[in-house]
Design a protein around this ligand. Structure first.
Ligand SMILES: Cc1cc2nc3c(=O)[nH]c(=O)nc-3n(C[C@H](O)[C@H](O)[C@H](O)COP(=O)(O)OP(=O)(O)OC[C@H]3O[C@@H](n4cnc5c(N)ncnc54)[C@H](O)[C@@H]3O)c2cc1C
Length: 378
């Protein structure tokens, strides 16, 4: 079988396929390790999905809380437990790929998939070097996935986040609260800005909904200037799919995973967790298909159901929550940015203790009390 793309989704799927005894080829267009624009925040929930402990060298910072700002409002929340780590994606992703290779996966990097031809008996995968016949293909080739063209239409601009990201050299040890991540609302439509303290640099960036982002470069410059950070730093732009939409994720002989499937949290824009989780689920379903040789869409549709149960429903609630909170920022974001218990409780979602529906219900119940306290009784 062939897996296209060696990000967290592809490496996880390939490793799990190999562990289940499948002859697995992993194709990656870049020379590895490769740079990936990303905040590099990996939640405890994501780490718990891996079947191995990650190397300590990959942990650039352990995170115990967050600082959330919205206009002149701001709040700090610290948890008694670690809710995630910060890493560099080139190293983290390469580590997952090495784990796949150690499990028996054949890796071809610097080999780009150009097209797929799905036939009755197999799939022909054409690359810029040669072509392969595969009984099935897992498309883990990210937001601009070529494999996805066999399954669904391209993402619409309203279903995508546009991000600007830069790695800014910084004396992080002299930063107050280096173990807290910083998020800033109100600087990008439907999204936010971030400053994540890594080992020797800051990951800084903004992300907003593509269809509503009128002057993104201007917004990035403003964001940097307001924080006293160098706006002329070299940045990268990249897209993130918004999860929560009801999209097709498989067809005959093909399964999409991670960003290619559109699995990223549309409020927090976290994608690594869902990349790993969907990669594992896809490997389980595909390996189950080998017994009877049935790779039909009907059979592979178990994948959709399993993903929905595992995290898809939560992504739907995240999309609703994101729309709600960004519709009333002066009430909801302002309240969360002014009251420690409200942000502290939200952090429980990162360790999987709470889903979006539960958090939204919990928050809405408390809105009248905090409204009275913060805005009316003052
Ligand atoms: C700026 C930014 C910040 C982010 N911050 C965070 C964060 O802090 N935490 C978090 O959890 N998520 C974050 N995300 C989201 C996260 O990066 C993605 O959700 C995650 O990388 C998805 O993993 P993936 O394996 O599906 O895809 P990717 O990581 O994108 O990997 C896809 C791979 O496929 C390869 N590929 C593409 N096309 C082909 C082809 N034709 N042939 C062969 N190979 C191909 C690519 O080179 C790439 O290596 C961020 C995203 C962005 C853009």
């Amino acid at each position: 079988m062939v897996v296209v793309g060696a990000g967290p989704a592809g490496s996880t799927a390939a490793r799990q396929c190999a562990l289940k005894g499948l002859k697995t080829l992993l194709l990656e267009k870049e020379k590895l390790p490769r740079y990936k624009p990303c905040g590099g925040a990996v939640s405890e929930k994501s780490l718990s999905l891996l079947d191995f402990k990650i190397n300590k060298e990959l942990v650039e910072r352990e995170c115990y809380g967050a600082i959330l700002k919205y206009g002149r409002y701001g709040i700090k929340a610290r948890k008694p437990y670690r809710f995630g780590i910060l890493t560099s994606r080139d190293k983290f992703d390469f580590y997952l790929t090495e784990k796949a290779v150690n499990a028996g996966v054949e890796l071809h990097d610097s080999e780009k998939v150009r097209s797929l031809n799905v036939l009755d008996s197999h799939v022909v995968v054409k690359t810029d070097k040669t072509s392969y016949n595969a009984s099935s293909v897992i498309g883990a080739d990210g937001v601009n996935s070529i494999v996805s063209r066999q399954v669904r239409d391209r993402f619409a601009p309203a279903e995508l986040g546009l991000s600007f990201e830069a790695a800014l050299p910084y004396d992080v040890d002299n930063l107050e609260d280096p173990d807290l991540i910083r998020t800033f609302f109100g600087c990008a439509p439907g999204g936010y800005g971030w400053v994540f303290p890594k080992r020797e640099h800051l990951s800084v960036g903004i992300v907003g909904i593509l269809s509503r982002f009128k002057e993104p470069k201007r917004a990035f410059t403003d964001f940097m200037e307001k924080r006293g950070l160098d706006p002329s730093v070299r940045f990268q732009t990249h897209l993130i799919p918004l999860g929560g939409y009801k999209r097709e994720t498989c067809s005959d002989r093909i399964i999409l995973v991670g960003d290619a499937a559109g699995y990223a949290d549309p409020f927090l824009w976290e994608g690594i967790q869902y990349a790993i989780h969907s990669g594992k689920i896809a490997a389980g379903v595909i390996s189950g298909s080998y017994g009877g040789g049935d790779f039909s869409n009907d059979r592979l549709s178990i994948y959709k159901k399993d993903c929905f149960k595992a995290f898809g429903e939560n992504l739907e609630h995240s999309l609703e929550f994101s729309r709600l909170i960004h519709q009333y920022p002066n009430i909801l974001i302002r309240l969360v940015a002014s009251n420690e218990p409200l942000i502290s409780r939200y952090l429980d979602t990162a360790v999987g203790r709470l889903g979006y529906r539960a958090y939204r219900n919990w928050l809405l119940l408390r809105v009248p009390y905090y409204l009275l306290q913060n805005f009316i009784c003052r």
